[in-house]
Design a binder for this molecule. Structure first.
Ligand SMILES: [Zn+2]
Length: 136
């Protein structure tokens, strides 16, 4: 078991938790060690690191659904990718008339990517990691 230390409330000397009084100033020590100070602002929210990756993938590769896969949304990613590829086929069959389909799919990804990037880390994690909001 590692030696625990207690910080003296008066002079801030580190004392062994076994001491009942501060070795430096003699102040009575708290019975239990002071809990570690938590600094929530500095702790990265789990999932927040996906925000930038998902946002950029949505903007650049939106039609391929890459940003959905980044977020772990397999079904939505497959839907986007399928719609994009089917749209490309329709575009070829119709000699370009159907081009609005892959373009629209790409715009969906673009808009979603922008939405991801405009959210705060907290909002992003709450919306897409906790609540698993599938679209937008
Ligand atoms: Zn002291």
């Amino acid at each position: 078991m590692a030696t625990q230390y207690v910080t003296c409330p008066r002079c801030s000397t580190q004392n062994s938790a076994l001491n009942s009084r501060c070795l430096n100033c003699g102040t009575a020590m708290p019975v239990s060690p002071m809990p570690m100070q938590h600094m929530p602002q500095q702790v990265k929210l789990p999932g927040a690191d996906k925000k930038i990756a998902a946002g950029i993938c949505g903007i650049l590769l939106g039609g391929f659904g890459v940003h959905k896969f980044v977020l772990g949304y397999q079904n939505e990613g497959i839907i986007l990718l399928s719609a994009y590829l089917i749209g490309l086929v329709i575009t070829m069959i119709t000699c370009g008339v159907g081009v609005f389909i892959p373009v629209a799919v790409g715009i969906v990804g673009l808009v979603e990517g922008i939405i991801y990037l405009t959210k705060s880390d907290e909002e992003f994690v709450q919306t897409y990691i906790v609540n698993k909001k599938p679209w937008f």
